[in-house]
Design a binder for this molecule. Sequence first.
Ligand code: ADP
Length: 512
Amino acid sequence: MKRFHIVLLAVFFFLAISALVIIQLQWISSVVSAEDQQFRFSINEALKEVVTELEKTETYNRIMSEINPAEAAAPSDESISLTAQESAAARLLEKYGFDPDTRSVIINRAGRTYVLNSESLEQESFFDDTESEEQTLTVGAATRMTNKIISIENIVSRILHETPPLRDRFTADELNALIRRSLNDVGIHIDYECAVRGDYGGLIYRTANYSESSGSNKYLRQMFPNDPVPGNNILTIYFPGEEQYKFSHITFMAVSSMLIVLLLILLATGTFIVIFRQKKISEIRSDFINNMTHELKTPIATISLASQMLADETIPEGSRKTPELALVINEESTRLKVLVEKVLQTAIFEKARIELNKKQTDVHSVILKAVDAFKLQVNGRGGTISTFLDAPDPEVVIDEQNFFNVILNLIDNALKYTVGTPEITLTTSGYHKGVVITVSDNGIGIPREHLKHIFEKFYRVPAGNTHNIKGFGLGLSYVKTIIEEHHGTIRVESQVSKGTKIIIHLPNRQPK
Ligand code: ADP
């Protein structure tokens, strides 16, 4: 898959996720506005109920006080319950034969019940369990009936024409009980604060924590709207926990869906990072193989040419230059060895764990062997490679082959990253139960900001490329892996244009 295709895939994926997020946000906002509307609607219904009930209760109380001022319930601090209303109605029916439900007057005479409708004065039989024949009232009875209706209408008319002051028309307990009941009826069970204002905005009543400057939505309703001359009586109510209450239902859904989207984004990002990394590895691997086969060709060709010359009998013995040809073969075979080792080293990155064959070894002999392998090359560039092996106890438990590769890699880097005449120095010294090995050069050095990355797999200092030095960024990563497998540590000191020093601490004994 080409890089472009992966990028395209990633772009489409993130576009799709963005579209999903936008749709989700829109969905959340529409749910929020629906919740808001539902809340407003419920509050409206509850307030309508409060105002209607308040008016009804007042009417009953007023009728009662007109009929029997002594028995009339003075505005008490108790809310009017349904039974109180029922008993008021019962008293009306008992005393005056007036049924507030049917708005009719009921008269019992000679075992018969007559129902008189106030609008039409029409008589009809009612509750008659013997026979349901039409009953005709005498003219006298009709007159008495009319008088009764007139007396009731007088009561009603007084109620209509006399409006008491607002503060006498309800009590705080009555109002609060009504509000609570109406809110419960519409399924709203949160705390509220309310206030009542009369004409000219005068405050008649407010709950203890009511605040004019509260940030919550305020809901207003006119009280006693059916007064003949309706006053400017306003009931204001608000809910301090309104926002929390409204959105408590959707918070869980919104948060969990957003978390899922976030998880999706993280998973996708992780997947694309892995894809890119794998792609880079496979590119590097094929680059590596191409370069390696190319580099292998040169020493093989040189060796074959030199050996041909040695074997060529047509060339007289004296002019064959045997020692020089042998030197060339030796030099080129060392180069081959290093190259082959590099190919083998890359194999360690394929395996989860490297199998090491650790044995008691004299580390100085391994270092000297590696130095020998490079002597010709260093001398060929007019440089020197010196050793100061002063460690008092050079016996270490190591995998000789891999440790040899480590030193080869370090010397190879020292040579590679030195532009002028190479001065390479290898030293050993002792430390508590271990050996310190250093490899230093007078090369191009490593800028400070790259120092902490050079042991990472595939990491190459960009300046290395400007010097056109070939490499894959695998050498030091291999070195670090092997040193750590030996329970040692590795670090670097470097100064640009001055040189680089690699310092290894290796314990004499491996922990069990
Ligand atoms: P490479 O194959 O590129 O040499 P390494 O892992 O061996 O990979 O080294 C990583 C990078 O560290 C190199 O690309 C180089 O820039 C820097 N580096 C390593 N050794 C030296 C050194 N002795 N002097 C300067 N730079 C070095």
